[in-house]
Design a protein around this ligand. Structure first.
Ligand SMILES: C[S@@+](CC[C@H](N)C(=O)[O-])C[C@H]1O[C@@H](n2cnc3c(N)ncnc32)[C@H](O)[C@@H]1O
Length: 296
């Protein structure tokens, strides 16, 4: 599926210079219930009560390998961005101004080796299953390794964090825009939550409150009637009154036009059934075919 998390102008070079490929085999897979990449935070958000599961593979004696781990409050997960293809030397991170950064100075998924690294709270271990707190991995992500998080080894709270320090300071400031959700968008959001368990409005309003200006990685773009922000398999339409620092979310809609949703091979489009049902209920929300972009 098309990925729109990062810019795609610069491609990685040939791999030959770095020697033969090495093989890794997953020890297990994550069950996080997060189907769309948009649903997974950029880093785990521990303010959210969340339970995720890492199910280790049977038949490899992993039960024994888990001995003594329960005493650790947190573990590192090393994993694979399996929903990505390719890498880019420079990417536009979703946080902060629309600016390219060297991929090694980011936590972007678009790396020469698509390895993810996430510290997660360890809530319990039952057999081969680890019960975990908040995580930023989508459903089914392959995990290569688990290591205990050791504060005396792994934590350097005063260390400089380059451009991320600047973005943190910017995000800590109160939202620059007041975001109002108009009745039509409220109704659509409630319908999606109640019938399909789909909920992206909170995240979208948080992003818009900070900065609603067009941004490639945040998938904010100008449309004929105003603006839209891409939210995984969905989009939210909005208008901006810059002088009054006000954003109004006017409506929601699927990221795919009906023709895409109904064609053969579209079965794995995230929230496909919910998108079709939404178009039945609000046909006017259909994205014009020419404007179709990747949605996850
Ligand atoms: C910015 S990365 C950071 C991951 C990790 N904490 C790290 O620093 O390496 C997190 C994002 O990766 C994306 N993601 C999660 N699981 C993925 C997967 N299996 N394949 C591709 N992208 C994934 C989600 O969009 C999530 O918001």
């Amino acid at each position: 599926m098309a990925d729109t998390n990062e810019s795609d102008e610069t491609e990685g070079g040939p791999l030959e210079a770095t020697g033969p490929a090495l093989t890794l085999r997953p020890i297990g897979h994550i069950r996080s219930g997060k189907a769309a990449k948009f649903a997974a935070r950029h880093q785990p958000d521990e303010r959210e009560p969340e339970e995720n599961f890492l199910e280790l593979a049977p038949g490899r004696n992993f039960e024994a390998a888990l001995a003594d781990l329960a005493g650790f409050e947190r573990v590192w997960l090393l994993w694979w961005f399996h929903r990505n293809a390719g890498w880019r030397p420079q990417v536009i991170p979703p946080r902060g101004p629309q600016r390219r950064r060297g991929v090694f100075a980011t936590r972007s998924p678009h790396r020469p080796n698509a390895l993810g690294l996430t510290p997660v709270r360890l809530l319990g271990i039952e057999g081969r299953v680890l019960r975990l707190g908040a995580c930023d991995l989508v459903e089914g992500t392959p995990v290569f390794d688990i290591k205990p998080y050791v504060p005396s080894y792994d934590s350097f709270p005063g260390a400089r964090a380059g451009w991320i320090d600047e973005v943190d300071a910017w995000e800590a400031a109160p939202p620059a825009f007041a975001v109002k959700v108009l009745p039509q968008a409220e109704e659509q959001a409630a319908w999606l939550r109640a019938g399909w368990g789909v909920d992206f409005l909170g995240r979208a309003t948080e992003l818009l409150g900070r900065d609603p200006s067009p941004h490639r990685t945040r998938r904010i773009r100008r449309t004929e009637a105003g603006f839209e922000i891409g939210c995984g398999a969905w989009r939210a339409l909005f208008t901006v009154d810059a002088a009054a620092a006000r954003v109004e979310v006017t409506g929601l809609g699927p990221a795919y036009p009906r023709r895409f949703l109904e064609r053969e091979g579209a079965e794995d489009i995230v929230d496909r059934a919910a998108q079709r049902a939404f178009l039945d209920r609000w046909p006017e929300s259909e994205l014009p075919l020419k404007a179709r972009r990747g949605s996850d």
